[in-house]
Design a protein around this ligand. Structure first.
Ligand SMILES: *Cc1c(COP(=O)(O)O)cnc(C)c1O
Length: 360
């Protein structure tokens, strides 16, 4: 077996131990004589998986008791419309911070189903930074403020969260959930598609404060109402059982690493190693994000010209470092270093970068 260092932006690398456990128990789950994907979603065996995944996430993220955890389909993209449908009442509007393509998509969906207002945007500067909260043009009556914690395409991330005041804050945490410790109580709703740090595509985690959930609009289609899923413990219809199961195995791996404190310190080390390689390259490698907005999860960089960028990607692949091509909006190189990317992957990449620079 030849596993590569997989720098794909999502779906992406997952912990080997989780994949191995999944493989080992795939044909006969816990002596049931069937796979978990063949079991009823109403069975005790599946229910234990479902509830364990919730419990583990609650413990790892230190999610307070007055927050519900639900598992939905439709990706983070469905949340772009579910959030405004549920939480913008008639005659009001929601505030959006535009820090990248995903944030803009979230805003567009909100504007389709209700009223939405852009409080700040870094689009004119190619999304190279996170606008400072003091500069926001906020609506004091806003139903909520929407932010995107990590901008997967542009390699920027909130380094810390300011005091947003009393307006409920909704955050798309798809690409950095579980990468560091976060004070969940700062947010009224957190959502994240699983396929970066949590597991395979197919499930979206929504963490929602009871007080906020209570304010949701009535009269929505049943499946689009958070209340339906809260009231039915995400078992109103068949949940994405396989994705939830594999997510549970990933959460067990995070726990075994020492939880978010340990994961955070590993992620810090990885990011520092990579960014210091960029910064000490005398301009050969040029980070595209402003240093005070740099992401720990996705680092975006350019080489002196496109020809060398293509050569870099091809030669890296030859050495087992794959998935380094940047998004077409940014070009160049994107190094996605989610939780499951080991430090050795970044060490090997940094070594490759030094050699490549010397030879080219
Ligand atoms: C990947 C990603 C999405 C899209 O998720 P889907 O599950 O494909 O809808 C949304 N927001 C952010 C920040 C992402 O990184």
């Amino acid at each position: 077996m030849a596993r590569v260092y997989n720098f794909n932006p999502g779906p992406c690398t997952l912990p080997l131990s989780a994949l191995e456990k999944c493989q080992a128990e795939f044909l006969d789950f816990h002596g049931t004589g069937m796979s978990i994907v063949e079991a009823s979603h109403r069975s005790k065996d599946y229910e234990a998986v479902h509830n364990d995944a919730q419990k583990l996430l609650r413990t790892l993220m230190n999610i307070p008791d007055d927050y519900q955890i639900i598992f939905l389909g439709g990706g983070a993209s469905l949340q772009f419309c579910m959030v405004p449908m549920n939480f913008i009442p008639a005659g009001r509007s929601a505030d959006y911070v535009i820090t990248g393509a995903w944030a803009k998509k979230a805003y567009k969906e909100a504007a389709l189903v209700a009223k939405a207002h852009i409080v700040a945007s870094s689009e004119a500067d190619h999304y190279t930074y996170i606008p400072k909260a003091e500069s926001y043009d906020r609506d004091p009556q806003a139903a909520y403020l929407h932010v995107t914690s990590n901008n997967t395409i542009y390699g920027t991330e909130w380094q810390s969260y300011p005091d947003f005041g009393t307006t409920p804050v909704v955050v798309d945490m798809s690409s950095d959930i579980l990468s560091r410790r976060v004070d969940v109580s700062k947010f009224s709703l957190i959502y994240a598609g699983a396929q970066k740090n949590l597991g395979p595509a197919g499930v979206t985690v929504v963490i929602i404060k009871d007080n906020f959930a209570k304010q949701a609009n009535n009269g929505l289609p049943t499946m689009l109402s958070y209340r339906t899923h809260i009231d039915n413990n995400s078992l109103f219809n068949t949940p994405p059982v396989f994705a939830i199961y594999l997510m549970k195995l990933v959460l067990e791996w995070v726990d075994a690493q020492g939880g978010l404190k340990a994961i955070e310190s590993l992620n810090r080390k990885k990011a520092e190693l990579l960014y210091s390689a960029i910064d000490s390259s005398e301009g050969y490698y040029r980070g595209t994000a402003k240093p005070d907005s740099r992401s720990w999860m996705n680092a975006t960089l350019r080489l002196p010209d496109e020809e060398r960028e293509q050569k870099f990607i091809a030669e890296a692949k030859g050495q087992g470092l794959v998935g380094l091509k940047g998004h077409r909006d940014v070009g160049g190189i994107r190094v996605s270093m989610y939780n499951a990317m080991p430090l050795s992957g970044i060490e090997k990449l940094v070594q490759f970068m030094a050699e490549f620079k010397r030879k080219n």
